[in-house]
Design a protein around this ligand. Structure first.
Ligand SMILES: [Zn+2]
Length: 58
């Protein structure tokens, strides 16, 4: 069972939204941003806000 290896292989290979195969350029952008694997189209829809601004902090 090589589940861990398989998981690592899949990261950054395809868009998590539409499943499109990422181009080397898109994969590079994912690596640089450290964000989820998204194609150019979907990456543009995601605004990198960060995790230090909770919207509904009581
Ligand atoms: Zn996509």
């Amino acid at each position: 069972m090589d589940l861990e290896e398989r998981t690592l292989e899949q990261v950054g290979d395809t868009c998590e939204e539409c499943g499109a195969k990422l181009t080397p350029r898109e994969q590079q952008a994912v690596l640089e941003s450290g964000g989820p694997a998204l194609c150019t189209t979907h990456a543009a829809e995601v605004v990198p806000l960060g995790d230090d601004e909770p919207e509904d902090a009581a």
